[in-house]
Design a protein around this ligand. Structure first.
Ligand code: NDP
Length: 253
């Protein structure tokens, strides 16, 4: 099949749950060997076993990508073990909401360190390999997919720093897209609306309550809905670059 990922290697950050987990599965099902990157090794091993049982190929890479050295090591380990790198899904992220006034600044550090700096470290380490894959790879094109959010498009009262991190992802992606697109590395931005994952559970109890109330009367997206969007992007023919995909639940305003 012309759009198959056979013979390619993908790296997915945040593969131990939610969107990253579903995306890794779907890329593996399309034929990519997948490096599963996150901190929880047991979860990654379970996913790798499931991918292998389905006839796919997976490598588990335990790493905290907000640490520059670990982010680089994750990319190096992937290329050394799987031989190349054609697709990167920069998905790991954390959303800690609440007012700016009196906010625990430690939460801001966690978001900036992972959503912005972690994504940058992985992109920087991966780019030489993606540029090479776009020249010599089976598909003559490579993909860097950055997972932003509706929050990267629209700022709201109560999510200022999360908004700031995701707007940063959008700005970086567009700049990098212009830099490398003539060399056939496609840089894409995926912006999900509310997806039913573990994301909300990392918030303080009172914040979780507020978020859950806001979405209580609507059907949220499934992780697989976003995995399909990523799969669509990375399986386009070489001439087609899907720059940006905004996917909301039907009922989300
Ligand atoms: P989850 O909390 O389910 O998944 C987050 C993933 O990131 C986990 O696999 C987690 O694994 C990993 N992760 C967290 N910290 C680190 C770290 N320091 N280093 C490496 N991996 C890390 O959330 P989602 O699947 O919902 O989120 C995925 C992305 O989607 C995020 O960027 C989020 O902002 C974005 N998004 C989500 C939306 C939603 O409604 N769910 C809406 C819009 C965007 P581990 O703990 O094992 O490290």
């Amino acid at each position: 099949m012309a759009d198959s990922l056979d013979g390619t290697v993908a790296l997915v950050t945040g593969a131990s749950s939610g969107i990253g987990h579903a995306t890794a599965r779907s890329l593996a099902a399309r034929g990519a060997a997948v490096a599963l990157v996150a901190r929880r090794t047991d979860r990654l091993e379970e996913l790798a076993a499931a991918i292998t049982a389905d006839g796919g190929r997976a490598l588990t890479v335990t790493a905290d990508v907000s640490d520059a050295e670990q982010a680089v090591a994750a990319v190096v380990q992937t290329v050394e073990t799987l031989g190349r790198l054609d697709t990167v899904v920069n998905n790991a992220g954390v959303m800690l909401l609440g007012p700016v006034v009196d906010a625990p600044v430690e939460e801001w550090d966690r978001m900036v360190d992972l959503n912005v700096k972690g994504l940058l470290y992985v992109a920087h380490a991966a780019l030489p390999h993606l540029l090479e894959a776009a020249q010599d790879g089976p598909r003559q094109v490579a993909d860097l997919v950055n997972v932003s959010s509706v929050a990267g498009r629209v700022a709201r009262n109560g999510s200022g720093v999360y908004n700031a991190t995701k707007h940063a992802v959008g700005a970086f992606s567009e700049s990098l897209r212009q830099e490398v697109t003539r060399r056939h590395v496609r840089v894409s931005l995926v912006e999900p609306g509310a997806v039913a994952t573990e994301l909300v559970s990392h918030n303080r109890d009172e914040v979780q309550e507020t978020i859950n109330q806001r979405f209580s009367d609507m059907e949220r997206l499934e992780s697989e809905d976003i995995a399909e969007a990523v799969e669509f992007i990375v399986t386009r023919p070489r001439r087609v670059a899907v720059n940006e995909l905004l996917v909301r639940p039907t009922e989300q305003e």
